[in-house]
Design a protein around this ligand. Structure first.
Ligand SMILES: [Zn+2]
Length: 95
């Protein structure tokens, strides 16, 4: 077995270990529900990716959970729409 000729000095070892750290994952916001999601990944909460439904989340849920989840998603969408000012077309469509 190969044996190192010299011991690694504490300085050299510590300088190497200075770069070993836990990096927090980069998260982006889901455009549909506003939750934090990993980039290039379908949202775990609503199952949407790039504006399309990628995973049918609702199929796996029980009836009670389904109701709660639908309510939350709807509330988030309403909140998003309320903060966004209406365009001229939307204004004329509403009466
Ligand atoms: Zn989502």
């Amino acid at each position: 077995m190969a044996v190192p000729k010299w011991n690694t000095t504490s300085s050299k070892r510590d300088k190497r270990r200075a770069n070993i750290k836990i990096v927090p994952p980069t998260l982006s916001k889901c455009p549909k529900c506003g939750r934090a999601v990993l980039p290039h990944t379908a949202c775990n909460f609503c199952g949407f990716y790039k504006g399309k439904e990628a995973i049918n989340i609702m199929a796996k849920l029980e009836r009670k959970e389904k109701k709660i989840r639908e309510k939350e998603i709807k509330a988030k969408e309403m909140e998003k729409n309320a903060s966004k000012p209406l365009s001229a077309e939307e204004m004329s469509a509403k009466k």
